[in-house]
Design a binder for this molecule. Structure first.
Ligand code: PLP
Length: 455
């Protein structure tokens, strides 16, 4: 392939997102080693975000590569309604054991959006089977993100996507996410979170509880909220509200699951607010294969199975290679105690980010849990004002970061309606020394960006 040509010029199929004309060239990946990505010119970038919070085990992990090779020599694909596979059995067993009671049955798919669709459809079919066919509405949060297929997007709180695709989706009720940095007047973080939980109950009563199927939320936010964590009381309140009205609570753990927040599931931080359904992807295969799963209870599966089985499926359900990768990743998560490392390295990285915020006026807020962290960029720390739209361009921060050997993941969300943040979510395998390198480089990036904003 002509190395001077950009994928966007070659075909839409190669570049999922059309890049605007004049956008700077991206480095071309040659290989990866641990937390490092190396381009074809030999430049090394520390992967500060695990791509889109996916590469939880870093790059070129020898045991995952060995498992892939071994599986490739056996069988890559066998359709699960025709054949069982050891890879599927091992993956499902490990996943069920790590996720724990009530979430120990997995419907295995190829990614997060498919897993969200599967969770919603399973909840719906379960409701029909138990005689609650009037329940179909899924309440989501604003802002929030659950995927880009039309069903998953419908329950996502993303105004920009809804402006474009709204007419093609069934409108669902949305309630405010308990954002913690810019609060409505006369609110504390706690009182705002209480109001957001109360808004859920109001929405349910307004819609008619007998019509509401589920409430979906990210227990620790991803890109849509910049690693938002609510006060403990919020989780307990939404659990109680859902239970009171017979509504399924779905935790979207596509980013927060698989050890990312310091526990296997983010849900494990709030045992008294256990969801009925959890959705995983990304870190579940650590980016080594397209993989996702909707987790539910054995009891719900039994009920649906007794009525003829889940009316749903994809060609790549329980894909053999995907399951082999998932099993190898989960083996590694357990044996190397990656959730523990995430908690330890997350605490260290957070300290370093807070130290940066103390002398860098661009850093307004540091938040998150474990190694699912974000820093919010502001024009002014006191007023918490956002950087003016024409100046912000987190993509500019991304470009500066590349110069400093740092790969960042960031977005101005909803065209600036909520704020601007950078995700700091390196592989869970990161060492203390690498955390130090990440923080030092990020400091240099923000200094350069601050100079640009001043000039
Ligand atoms: N849910 C959350 C919380 C996500 O962050 C994402 C992707 O970023 C998805 C769902 C969709 O996952 P996928 O891109 O694998 O379809």
């Amino acid at each position: 392939m002509d190395s001077a040509r950009q994928p966007a010029e070659i075909g839409f199929g190669l570049q999922a997102f059309a890049r605007p004309p004049g956008a700077p060239r991206l480095p071309r990946i040659a290989r990866g080693e641990g937390v490092w990505l190396i381009d074809t010119e030999g430049n090394r970038y520390l992967d500060a975000s695990s791509g889109p919070v996916a590469s939880n085990l870093g790059h070129g992990h020898p045991r995952i590569l060995a498992a892939m090779e071994a599986q490739a020599r056996k069988a890559v694909f066998a359709y699960p309604s025709q054949f069982e596979s050891e890879a599927n059995l091992e993956f499902a067993e490990r996943l069920g054991r790590l996720a724990g009671p009530g979430l120990d049955r997995a419907f295995i798919v190829s990614g997060g959006s498919e897993a969200v669709e599967s969770a919603i459809k399973f909840a719906r079919q379960h409701a029909v089977v138990i005689g609650q066919g009037s329940r179909w509405k899924v309440i989501g949060r604003q802002p929030g993100y659950h995927g880009n297929t039309l069903g998953a997007l419908a329950v996502s709180g993303d105004e920009h996507a809804h402006e474009i695709f709204g007419p093609m989706m069934r409108a669902v009720p949305r309630v405010p996410a308990p954002l913690s940095y810019r609060l409505p007047p006369n609110h504390t973080v706690e009182s705002h979170a209480r109001a957001c939980a109360a808004a859920l109950e109001e929405a349910i009563l307004r819609e008619g509880p007998e019509t509401v199927l589920a409430f979906i939320m990210e227990p620790v936010g991803g890109l849509a909220t910049g690693a938002l964590v609510a006060p403990d009381s919020y989780y307990e309140a939404v659990r109680q509200i859902c239970t009171r009205h017979g509504i399924k609570l779905i935790f979207d753990e596509v980013m927060s699951g698989a050890g990312r927040t310091g526990r296997f599931l983010a849900a494990d931080h709030w045992p008294s607010a256990r969801p009925d359904i959890a959705v995983l992807a990304k870190g579940l295969s650590a980016g080594y294969a397209p993989l996702g799963a909707a987790l539910v209870s054995a009891e719900m599966v039994g009920t649906v199975a007794a009525a003829g089985g889940f009316m749903h499926g994809f060609t790549y359900n329980a894909h053999v290679m995907g399951c082999a990768v998932g099993a190898a990743v989960l083996r590694e998560v357990e044996e190397a105690d990656l959730a523990g490392n995430s908690a330890r390295m997350g605490a260290l990285l957070r300290q370093r980010l807070e130290a940066l915020a103390a002398h860098n006026p661009l850093l307004g807020d540091v938040r998150g849990l474990g190694l699912l962290l974000a820093v919010e960029l502001v024009a002014d720390q006191n007023s918490r004002q956002m950087i003016p739209l024409e100046k912000v361009a987190p993509s500019r921060v991304q470009q500066i970061a590349l110069r400093h050997g740092l790969a960042l993941y960031c977005r101005r969300t909803s065209r600036g309606a909520y704020g601007d943040w950078l995700m700091l979510s390196p592989p869970l395998t990161i060492t203390a020394e690498e955390v130090g390198i990440l923080a030092t480089r990020l400091g240099a990036v923000l200094d350069d960006y601050a100079n640009e904003l001043r000039s």
